[in-house]
Design a protein around this ligand. Sequence first.
Ligand SMILES: Cc1cc2nc3c(=O)[nH]c(=O)nc-3n(C[C@H](O)[C@H](O)[C@H](O)COP(=O)(O)OP(=O)(O)OC[C@H]3O[C@@H](n4cnc5c(N)ncnc54)[C@H](O)[C@@H]3O)c2cc1C
Length: 399
Amino acid sequence: MDFTLSSRAEEYRSRVRTFVDAEIIPLEASRSSYDSHGNIAEPVLESLRNKARAAGLWAPQMPESRGGLGLSVAERAAFYEEANRSIFGPVALNCAAPDDGNMTALEMVGTDAQKTKWLQPIVNGEVRSAFAMTEPHPGAGSDPSMMLTTAERKGDTWVVNGRKWFITGAEGAAHFIVIAKTSEDRRKGLTAFLFHRDQPGWRVLRRIPIMGPEEHGGHCEIEFDGLEIPDENRLLEVGDGLKVTQIRLGTARLTHCMRWLGLAKRAMEIAGAYVREREGFGIRLAERESVQIQLGAVAKEIQIGRLLVMHAAWKLDQGDFARKEVSMAKVHVADTLHRAVDTAIQLCGARGYSGDTVLEWMYRYARQARLVDGASEVHMMVLARFYMQEGTDFWRWGV
Ligand SMILES: Cc1cc2nc3c(=O)[nH]c(=O)nc-3n(C[C@H](O)[C@H](O)[C@H](O)COP(=O)(O)OP(=O)(O)OC[C@H]3O[C@@H](n4cnc5c(N)ncnc54)[C@H](O)[C@@H]3O)c2cc1C
């Protein structure tokens, strides 16, 4: 087994590290870099995005023909990890959720005409996008078969009615993917459609207040009241909504993990710098075995996460859905992010709890990791189902 990065991936990794160090991390310390929702302020972001484009570090997940870097999923792992050494990194390099997952899905399932109209402006950074699936009770959450939003066919048009919530970026997005029910069939009852912000028949009901910093455009509750979507804006076939969702979430869950590992490593960097310098009871904190055990434990969890991510990325690059591998990575890395940030705050003492470092930002952000793109318990259920079907073959080697 070869764990080395390709020279291209290593070159990008090192350039991202330099860019994040020089251009992005210094912005984190200034309050003027933040908008009122705790994310990077739009004017600061615009200037940073121009620098990222000029540095050739833009849209790593997209083919070169589309203005991206054409990195494989495995190559992205190294890039995204470095990007999220800063809390502002991924959005500056156009590899943040939800655009990242939406771009990857559209590239995989869109027709050429759909890609030109709906995907290219997101790649260019001209518009933002959103993915609308989750619904308030009693609609679809963990269980997509509970979907209540309907799309009814009237000639060449679909008419959408229903309600969604926690739709990331909905207040600022122009291009939306919506999943709606088109029949009662349990497996083939959902269909995916594209719509534009300016179409009538839908509205943002509210921007839902959350405990963490927000992506641009917030997390919104939205209502569809007769939104008309031409059939040409349907993705794949009628009944392929779950397939589109699986294709999107497979990679999107894993790129979340890649970014979260970058955050977890940064938390260790901050804690490491503190304990190396800070003294108490006659010795530096870094010399205390109990402190070393905490740092060592987090370092180990991060490395386990990186191996799980690389394995899943490699399988996705082979054309496999990697459902098992992605679920394992998602559960493990979400927990690791929590543990890393919590440990770092503890080791930094009162400073860790303050706004003087980005640890408190990460701590508030980290809580969503165990919920978004599938709650950890649901991924465990998926893993248990695989185990019950496969028995000891669950751990088989590919030969
Ligand atoms: C910050 C944030 C951003 C989001 N962005 C988007 C977005 O852009 N688009 C979108 O469509 N959705 C989005 N979501 C929604 C997210 O995907 C859902 O929250 C998630 O799928 C869980 O659905 P639910 O909230 O309805 O939880 P429910 O289905 O109500 O489940 C509640 C809890 O019950 C437990 N549970 C559920 N099923 C099982 C099971 N089978 N076994 C054991 N325990 C179980 C879990 O602990 C779970 O957390 C976002 C959520 C958050 C928090």
